[in-house]
Every structure is written in structure tokens, then in C-alpha cells.
Design a binder for this molecule. Sequence first.
Ligand code: PEP
Length: 251
Amino acid sequence: MAKKLVIGNWKMNPSGVAQAVRLIRAIGKGVRRYKKAEVAVALPHAFLHLKLPSSLRKGAQDLFYGKGGAFTGEVSGGMVKNLGARYVLVGHSERRALGDTEEIVNRKMRAAIAAGLVPVLCVGETARDGESHYLHRVKEELKSALKRLSRAALARVVVAYEPVWAIGEKAKGALPPEEALHMNLFIRKAFSDVAGEQAARKLKVLYGGSVTPANAGAFLAEGKMDGILVGRESLDSKRFLAIVRAAHLAR
Ligand code: PEP
């Protein structure tokens, strides 16, 4: 059985390199006990140069789609890859809120693949409605992000379902875990329309949004999620490790 994947999204934290190193050490040491989970940390670009222990994979939180040149302030997929990253988040709702359109998300997906990275495509509705319009939104986000990706590229994609209303400090709470299975199947079906059934069966679908040590296991067991994308709780090594433990124990 494939290992569950847990990715910590540190967002724009911590403020200093010494704290980042301490957090990496604590998490890196702790995850050695949980070999049945794959664990990555999506670091701010400022910390991507840090060496990670072999128990941890490196991820980035964003990339730019240009290969190089006059793009002040941007970081290319090649740069991220050269710093040792395997994963890169693409289309996180906080990036979309800062201006990443569906066209930009698609260009970033293609740039991530071209750089040899594994894109973790974040999709999710901003709000729920009684008429299931939100499902249409999720499908559209998914399909537009996957445009012009080859079969080989599609086989590398990881999808993180992150309902925006469930993310971060202002969250209204996590998705009820019993609804996670529905969203998991819905995303897999939409992915299969683009990539084919075989690729959809192999697709890793993660859940993100207010995951805690108390509810992580339910998303993996009841929701049959292939992993978890963790925001706030990834900055507290003990709580993050408790989520990793749930992934290690999940069947
Ligand atoms: C996120 O921002 O990707 C996220 C999952 O945040 P949180 O866990 O803090 O809700």
C-alpha cells in the first residue's frame, strides 16, 4: 500500500533562519519513527537552501512560470529544483487571492513539470451553496490547471482539495470528514475525464483545511484521502508529528 503523504505548508513563517532550522530538526527527528508516511515541508523561498534530514522531503510554496530573465522578485522552477525540492504547491488559495488566475496556475503547473518537480495542485471552493455550484467551481479549477499537460505530466500531479472556507485563521472549521470521501471521488472522476481512468486511480488526493491531530485520522480513513496538507499545525513540531503519526497508522 502506498505511503500517505503529509505536507506541512509553513506559509510566511517562521521569521528567522534559526527558528526554521530548529523546526526542521525537531520534525526530521520525530518522523523517523513514522516510516509508513512520506513527509514534506513546503518552505518559504528564503529557507529553501536549508539542508533537510533524509527523513524529510523538501517542497516550495510557489514558483514562477518563466525560466529566467527580467522577472524581479520571482523564483523559477529550475531554481526551486536546484535547491533540492521535490514538491511545489501550485494554485494555493492564498496565491490565487494575491492574483494567480487560472491561466497563471496552468502556466505554473507546466513550469513545475518542465523543471522536474511534482506539482501539488490546490483546488477548492470559496463557499458552499445549496445547489452544488461549488462542485462546478472545483471541476473548472482542476480542468483549467491541467490544460496542455501531457499524459506523462498528468501522471506526476498531486491534487490537494482545500475548501477555502476551511483554511487558516478565519476558517469556519474543517470539512466534515464524512464529506471528504465524496470530494475525493468527485476529484478523481474529474481528473479521469482529463487523464484517463488509470491515471485517476493512481492519483494522490490530499485534504487540507483545519486539519488537527484529532481529525487527521478520519480524513485518511473515512475520506480515503492519500494524505494531508497541513497549514497552521505544521509550525508546531509536536502537533505536526501527531498528524504524521495518524498518517503512519492509517490503512
Ligand atoms: C493551508 O493553508 O494549506 C492549510 C491547510 O491551512 P490550515 O491547515 O491552517 O487550515
